[in-house]
Design a protein around this ligand. Structure first.
Ligand code: C5P
Length: 399
């Protein structure tokens, strides 16, 4: 018999807290071991006794109370969790999570866990739309916190708008999808390049591009979720490194190339999302270049094409490239795939809104060696990452 999964349901103080009775009951009936942790405010909206009865476990509310099941309570719960679901997640709790506060049991558990955390925000529309809340949600997403988008409809405050807790069915489905996510990359090593490179001109100036690394970091997270060992070779970004990724930080294309060659033999799958600068200043000035009257001419040297080099070294590896284009997308991508000896290529058209650098979504086409093209609609970078690994040839993934 497989062991029961531990679902920690963290309830914060929103009116939708009462709906958690239904979620907890559904999870328990479907064989999950449910541990409810409530904030003080949540206990005003729904009685802990109700949730204790439905979960068959003590409801945890107090940082300092002794619960016999756990040695050190907040760490015990955090370690046992296969997933932590925060529903409803109030604006206040999201702000606390964003800052890493740990001033009650639930926030401490969230800080101490390595399990996936899924948050379902629910609040008044104005609170949700407030830039500070949106900024907190964005920062948490960048750190790998998973979100269920709030629904639209009648709110407790009498107005109608975005901010309702989504149906319990949807929350349940998200939990079950995360817990049952494929582990088809177990035993595989995935090498991912991400972010821009910086090519130094002098001690204060460099050449770079608009890449933020979001696509590569989403791929790293997805590969980790599927059980892979992930080697993430990253140019400078402001993103949080996914927990369990082995990070190799670099600045220039030459540095990125060296590390990739060093790591290549360990890799089974390589995904090159980095926007590697094609040129670097031919010579580096170790003194700051002084401005003078008239133009300055900067001579540039070609950088190594990292992916092409790996394509030449390729043995058993699957190589996946990215092609950011502004014209003749599919044709250019086909040429690139041949030249770099790739297994498939993800092409995105930088001229389309919702695709490419900096944005949360991407619009891609997957182009395979046999010439087939799979056009994907606009979707989150996490979803693109999922489809990229779903498209691996059989034999590369554990059945
Ligand atoms: O030739 P182009 O730069 O359009 O190719 C894009 C693909 O090649 C991406 O996967 C990118 O990460 C990779 N690349 C590389 N080294 C370079 C240039 C691009 O690995 N110098």
């Amino acid at each position: 018999m497989t062991e029961r999964k531990n679902v920690v349901v963290g309830i914060t103080g929103g009116i939708a807290a009462y709906k958690m009775a239904d979620l907890v009951s559904r999870l328990s009936k479907n064989g999950f071991n449910v541990h409810v942790v409530m904030t003080e405010a949540a206990t005003r909206f729904i009685a802990p006794l109700t949730l204790r009865t439905l979960s068959n476990n003590p409801v945890l509310t107090d940082m300092f109370e002794e619960y016999s099941e756990w040695k050190v309570q907040h760490i015990g719960v955090a370690e046992a969790a296969d997933i932590i679901v925060i529903a409803p997640a109030t604006a206040n709790f999201l702000a606390k999570m964003r800052c890493g506060l740990a001033d009650d049991l639930l926030s401490t558990v969230v800080l101490a866990t390595r399990a996936p955390v899924l948050a379902a925000p629910s609040m008044n529309t104005n609170m949700l739309d407030n830039p500070v809340t949106q900024d907190n949600i964005k920062a948490l997403k960048d750190r790998g916190i998973l979100f269920i988008e709030p629904a639209e409809g009648e709110l407790a405050c009498g107005v109608s708008g975005r901010g309702r807790l989504p149906d319990v069915d949807i929350i349940y489905q998200n939990i079950s999808d995360i817990l049952n996510s494929k582990k088809d990359l177990q035993g595989k090593t995935v090498l991912i390049t991400a972010g821009p490179t910086q090519e130094d001109i002098d001690p204060v100036r460099f050449i770079t591009n608009r890449s933020t690394g979001k696509m590569g970091y989403a791929l790293a997270q997805e590969a980790i979720n599927r059980g892979a060992r992930v080697l993430l070779v990253s140019g400078p970004t402001s993103l949080a490194v996914p927990v369990n990724a082995e990070i190799y930080r670099v600045r220039s294309a030459v540095e990125m190339n060296e590390i990739c060659i060093e790591l290549f033999d360990q890799a089974d799958i390589v995904v090159a999302t980095a926007a590697v600068a094609d040129y670097r200043p031919l010579s580096y000035s170790d003194q700051k270049i002084k401005k003078k009257d008239g133009d300055l001419t900067l001579k540039l040297a070609r950088n190594p094409d990292i992916l092409e080099g790996l394509g030449q070294r390729k043995k058993h590896q699957i190589l996946i490239g990215f092609a950011a284009e502004t014209s003749n997308l599919i044709e250019n991508a086909r040429v690139k795939m041949q030249k770099k000896n790739l297994d498939y290529l993800v092409a995105n058209d930088l001229t389309r809104e919702g695709a490419g650098f900096g944005v949360e979504t991407n619009i891609c086409s997957l182009i395979f060696r046999d010439g087939t093209v799979k056009n994907l609609p606009q979707m989150s970078k996490a979803d693109v990452a999922r489809i990229i690994f779903d498209s691996l040839p059989a034999g590369q993934v554990a059945e």
